[in-house]
Design a protein around this ligand. Structure first.
Ligand code: ATP
Length: 235
């Protein structure tokens, strides 16, 4: 039987936990995953705090098989996602000269001088695959470590979209061929209250173990039934 997979999205950034910006990256990523038959079971946000980032990684790894980390790959002193991934995976960081060339070239084109501190963006955990960022200086990376598949992506949404198109999507196309897809069937119902519909639905599906959800969006009530493809025979 194909493997059931749960995904987690870990957003790193004090601007997220302080409420300065919303975690739109997690919404965007989960929507893409859902369209490919992947269930996201965890969204977590942590500030630029080493111990909380590590806790966040451990929590996501306990709950899921596929982890997306966004943010904290920049050149400044509050960007240390890569260090924590290295610590968590027990894989040392290695300098990648091609990434330095990319940064020098990109900044030269914009008339900005490179400085030594920017070299921090050129370190990646050993064995990781570097995911080239065509729209920024922070490349992402993919790593298989501690039995988990992890994508580490920069924070800016347009950079994530570019890396997704070039690297993450093709990887997922291959990956989702081998897994038990998660499916949601949904119906918009008119003329019955949420409570009435719940009674009818639960009478039919009680004991099935399927996940049932309701969402009122006037004038409809949406009913959703979600399951892994392998459970389809139960409905
Ligand atoms: P950079 O090199 O641009 O600093 P980075 O990987 O360090 O990249 P962050 O500094 O964490 O990324 O975030 C840069 C910007 O990306 C933020 O100021 C914010 O505008 C946006 N951003 C970060 N995380 C998110 C998120 N989860 N959802 C939406 N936007 C985000």
């Amino acid at each position: 039987m194909k493997k059931t997979v749960r995904a987690a999205v870990l957003g790193v950034g004090s601007e997220l936990t302080s409420g300065q910006i919303g975690n739109s990256n997690a919404l965007w990523i989960s929507q893409r995953l859902k369209a490919m038959g992947l269930l996201t079971s965890t969204h977590l946000v942590v500030p630029d705090d080493k111990s909380l980032i590590l806790d966040g990684l451990e929590f996501c790894a306990q709950k899921s098989d596929l982890i997306f980390v966004t943010g904290g790959l920049g050149p400044t002193s509050d960007d240390f996602t890569r260090d924590l991934i290295s610590q968590w995976s027990k894989l040392d960081l290695e300098f990648d000269p091609a990434t330095w060339d990319h940064i020098v070239e990109r900044l030269r084109f914009r008339g900005i001088a490179t400085e030594e501190f920017q070299k921090q963006q050129c370190y990646f955990p050993k064995r990781s695959t570097i995911l080239k960022n065509t729209l920024g200086t922070a490349h992402g990376f993919y790593l298989h470590a501690n039995h988990k598949d992890i994508f580490v992506l920069p924070g800016p949404p347009r950079e994530i979209e570019a890396i997704w198109k070039d690297h993450v999507f093709p990887w997922l196309v291959n990956f989702t061929e081998k897994i038990d897809r998660h499916v949601t069937l949904s119906w918009d119902i008119l003329g019955k209250s949420e409570g009435e519909l719940a009674r009818i639905t639960e009478d039919i599906l009680r004991g099935s173990g399927l996940e049932i959800g309701y969402r009122v969006h006037m004038p409809y009530v949406e009913i959703k039934v979600s399951f892994f493809q392998s459970e389809r025979s139960q409905i």
